[in-house]
Ligand binder design. Structure first.
Ligand code: SAH
Ligand code: SF4
Ligand code: F3S
Length: 443
């Protein structure tokens, strides 16, 4: 029986978490995961559709895989994830070397599909679900350092930001059983993991009702439940939508030292007009009020963001407002993107992609340059401070050095000594770059 599967993952952390679920679903049916693509019988590509270039990359990868299929003609290729959901039959028609297409809510069908495609059938399963959370599936963490792990706590999104495909590729928002989340965190801790990141497109709207007790669990309560698993287990989360970042959550964060001092709060734009067009449901004033609240409850919290340059109708003034927002907040890190018009979104149906590409590029470069400067200055202020670091592994630059992160999620590199990955160690920062703190173990 041909049963070697190889899986390649693109896109966000949620896709990586899904690949671990897919691996689990297939292993219990007798398939084995291989790490060398040249030994695979099935190649699964878990895809992202967020920007056009994400999809172009997959198209290119499919062309490259044709060569491999020429020498191993029985190899079947499948497309999973957001691009599978978005393009469905179109992908099947355009990519004749693809045998199966599976959307994010249909992974339970995979074992049956792999059997059926053996006789030459080509199949697509892309039904979205209102209830699937895979909460009974134990993810197989095949690409792990054994120290940090993701836990999916919800799926889908229904915020319908005007530019975004996610509500169409991942369906309605639904929360996973809180007990199963806590169980997964406890199990990871027992296996030696020391950090979990709770994942969802908008974790603040997590809501789950306990069928036995009738108790409602919101995100702050869930954070508390996971933080209580063990004080040595760090807890992070991503992503929170500014419109519903509550004081209650900030209070919970402040009272548990093992909840990490880092909030990813995507701003997208600093212009009130753009935010309205983007359907973000907050104003720059509201956003800055949330930043103030974070600083009030958790003074040492780092703040990171996502931003889009060149959304529909963005003027020079709107762009300046974004730069101003960056100067006001002084983010520790930012994911910065050039707007990419996506089919079927509100923007595509009702707005014009009217900012010329070279203007988008120039604005993006200005944001990147400013952010680089701010990140460096923020890091310079950390020099001399001592942080508790969870050691993750050997530094990429030198065998003699280890790296880890502080609670603020900043990477710190330091001399190895006799310290091992998985340990907590106090490190004093002695130097920095815009991306990394360099330290020495504190006496
Ligand atoms: N749920 C998360 C974001 C998921 S997508 C949130 O709401 O914050 C990650 C980021 O990709 C978004 O925050 C946005 O900055 C960017 N993005 C989404 N759609 C985009 C598009 N059409 N063009 C450019 N960037 C986009
Ligand atoms: Fe996309 Fe907005 Fe949902 Fe984030 S909140 S996934 S940007 S629609
Ligand atoms: Fe991409 Fe889907 Fe994530 S579109 S960013 S993989 S939710």
């Amino acid at each position: 029986m041909k049963n070697n599967i190889y899986i390649e993952t693109y896109g966000c952390q949620m896709n990586f978490a899904d690949s671990e679920i897919v691996t689990s679903l297939l292993s219990r049916e007798g398939y084995s995961l291989v790490r060398d693509i040249n030994t695979a019988d099935y190649i699964l590509i878990n895809t992202c559709a967020i920007r056009d270039n994400a999809e172009q990359r997959i198209r290119k990868r499919l062309r490259e895989l044709r060569a491999l299929q020429r020498s191993r003609q029985w190899v079947k290729i499948g497309i999973l994830g957001c691009m599978a959901e978005r393009l469905k039959d179109q992908l099947m028609a355009e990519e004749d070397n693809v045998s199966f297409i599976v959307g994010p809510d249909a992974y339970r069908n995979l074992p049956a599909m792999l059997k059926r495609i053996q006789n030459g059938e080509r199949l697509a399963e892309t039904l979205l679900s209102e209830s699937e959370t895979y909460d009974d599936i134990d993810p197989i963490r095949y690409d792990t350092n054994g120290i940090t792990a993701y836990i999916s706590i919800m799926r889908g999104c229904q915020n319908y930001c005007a530019y975004c495909v996610v509500p169409y590729t991942r369906g309605r928002e639904r929360s996973r059983n809180a007990q199963s989340i806590v169980r997964e965190a406890a199990d990871l801790f027992d296996k030696g993991y020391r950090e979990v990141t709770l994942l969802g497109q908008n974790v603040n709207s997590y809501r789950w009702k306990d069928a036995d007790t009738g108790a409602e669990v919101g995100f702050p309560q869930l954070m508390e439940m996971v933080a209580k698993v063990n004080p040595l287990l760090r807890v992070r989360f991503a992503t929170s939508h500014p419109k519903d970042l509550s004081d209650e959550l900030l209070r919970v964060m402040a009272s548990y030292p093992n909840i990490c001092r880092c909030i990813h709060l995507p701003v997208q734009s600093g212009s009130a007009r753009m935010l309205k067009l983007m359907n973000r449901h907050y104003t720059p004033e509201w956003y800055l009020d949330r930043i103030d609240a974070i600083r009030r409850y958790i003074p040492d919290c780092s703040i990171t963001t996502d931003v889009i340059a060149g959304f529909c109708g963005e003027t020079e003034e709107d762009h300046q407002a974004t730069l101003e927002m960056f100067r006001r907040v002084r983010y520790d890190y930012a994911y910065m993107f050039k707007f990419s018009m996506r089919p079927n979104t509100y923007a595509e149906k009702h707005l014009q992609d009217d900012v010329p590409d070279e203007v988008k590029t120039r604005r993006l470069e200005e944001i990147i340059a400013l952010q680089g400067q701010i990140a460096l200055e923020n890091n310079q202020r950390e020099v001399g401070k001592v942080f508790e670091v969870l050691v993750e592994g050997v530094s990429h630059r030198s065998e003699q050095q280890l790296f880890g992160r502080n609670s603020q999620n900043k990477v710190i590199v330091f001399d190895r000594g006799d310290i091992k990955p998985g340990q907590y160690v106090n490190v004093k920062v002695v130097r920095c770059t815009a991306a990394t703190l360099i330290g020495e173990v504190a006496k």
